[in-house]
Write a protein of this length. Sequence first.
Length: 209
Amino acid sequence: MPSSPTGRTKNAGAAQFVPEGEDWAALRAASAGCRGCELYRDATQTVFGEGPVPARLMLVGECPGDREDTEGHVFVGPAGRLLDKALADAGVERDKTYLTNAVKHFRFTARGKRRIHETPRRGEVVACFPWLREEIRVVRPELVIALGAVAAKALLGPSFKLTEHRGEVLEHDGLRVGVTVHPSSVVRAENFTEAYEKFVADLVALKKS
């Protein structure tokens, strides 16, 4: 079981809201009332992980986007649609995979009526980690794939460098963690086809590891 990542935070943290040792349904229900960091104030709702419990494979992203925040489900926006296609092309069955995020509330900047996604701060990642730790406990994955640097650092520590270990599986605190980019970076890539093919290749390599 991964230990809490190091990193100083001004947030109180989610630990006081997490019913440790409970099942997935109890965890998800409790997460709706989490006030472990300031993100809950502006977000519509907590977006908890979804998928089979237990599951052989668990994917961890960064934080909910605009669509996820509105609908209350993980990976339902543009990055989620791309992830669906990439998983299918890599031979990974999404309905047998547990998906979640390192941070459970949407972080954004308002520009008029638009809400522009922002990367969670380190303190928010640390504050939210007790939820991720409990998800890992109940899901019992054989492999966790971190999608992007935020997820990778949540699981492997703040000094982890994704660029040096992309496509690799590492052992950390008894957990096997594979690392690749977040699908949103593929959506935004200047050379989409190249970025997409490399992302799928990562998924194929990681699932075989």
